[in-house]
Write a protein that binds this ligand. Structure first.
Ligand code: ATP
Ligand code: ZN
Length: 298
């Protein structure tokens, strides 16, 4: 195959992962020119282009070398590794987990069933779009069950009488409840991941990939981060510092004309709640600000 000098990322054309994936890439400083067919988006600043496809096709495109990277659910990636024809060892790897598109692959049974454990699935028919992942789980639990592979609408199979249980993606559980089903076993905790080949390219694409991974790490890290600013007197500094949400050591700055006062700046790893702020204030802090962090380069 002709080698490319531009990095090519596959992502979902339209679906749950499309918006958050584009947003993430934008935050990494990538922008794209819309092409007329909208299947291929040309990267404007950096040498990185996008291929917009069905999510199920993403692992195969990476395995074939058509794309260098892909943004896809862990469920789709792992299913591919287990079922892709002609693959001895898995050729793909999960380079980063991206924190959106969270859901779980679970087994659900009719709500009235008195479920005691995996052995109860013995001899039952289970409908799923994930025969690889379900088959692996059944083997691990030494359960002999019939796996019925369906492309969609898995949740209505028990009502139609074509299956006794299902194995499907669950987010809130609303769909299960609406179909009188109850979640019993979680097979996989999933979220969107950056997938790539096991061995990364060692040319210009490799350099760009390394740069992209660094930016991605920065974006993922700051996405939840908050910068906390406050004033405290030297006398209450210790009590205030003890209450700060986890993170690196805070920075202290003098306040002009007030030798007893200090300005404190702390990077917090997650949300800072009203309750936490109130506690910190009680310990002696004032003039408190919680700011979102936009970019960070450590
Ligand atoms: P297409 O095949 O056309 O690209 P799709 O219908 O397979 O689309 P979506 O429903 O958009 O895909 O889901 C994409 C991914 O979003 C799933 O593979 C999964 O990782 C994640 N996801 C998060 N929550 C859910 C949920 N409640 N149901 C289904 N998928 C979910
Ligand atoms: Zn799909």
């Amino acid at each position: 195959m002709k080698t490319r000098d531009r990095l090519r990322i596959a992502m979902q054309k339209s679906g749950r992962l499309t918006e958050p994936a584009l947003d993430l890439l934008n935050r990494c400083g990538l922008s794209f020119r819309q092409s007329r067919d909208k299947l291929f988006l040309f990267g404007e600043g950096e040498p990185v282009d996008l291929l917009l496809v069905r999510d199920d096709d993403i692992p195969g495109l990476i395995a074939q070398g058509v794309c260098d990277l892909g943004i896809v659910g862990r469920n789709v990636l792992n299913e591919f590794q287990l079922t892709a024809p002609g693959l001895e060892a898995s050729p793909l790897s999960e380079l980063r987990s991206l924190g959106f598109g969270r859901c779980r692959l679970s087994i659900a049974v009719p709500s009235e069933m008195d479920y005691q454990g995996p052995q109860q699935l013995q001899g039952q028919r289970i409908a799923t779009s994930y025969p690889g992942l379900l088959g692996e789980w059944l083997r691990t639990h030494a359960v002999n069950a019939g796996v019925i592979t369906l492309a969609g609408s898995v949740e209505i199979a028990p009502k139609l009488g074509t299956a006794d249980a299902i194995c499907d993606l669950v987010q809130s559980g609303g769909t299960l409840v609406a179909n009188q089903l109850r979640e019993t076993e979680v097979l996989l905790e999933s979220e969107a991941v950056l997938a790539g080949p096991l061995t990364l390219p060692v040319d210009e694409r490799g350099d760009m990939l390394e740069l992209l991974l660094k930016r991605l790490d920065g974006v993922i890290q700051v996405r939840e981060s908050r910068l906390l600013l406050l004033q405290t007197s030297r006398a209450t500094l210790e009590a205030v510092t003890r209450l700060l949400p986890g993170g690196p050591q805070p920075t202290l700055m003098p306040v002009a004309g007030q030798p007893d006062q200090l300005m404190l700046q702390a990077l917090c790893a997650g949300e800072v709640s009203w309750r936490q702020l109130e506690e910190i204030k009680k310990a002696g802090a004032r003039e408190m600000f919680v700011l979102p962090v936009e970019k960070m380069l450590a």
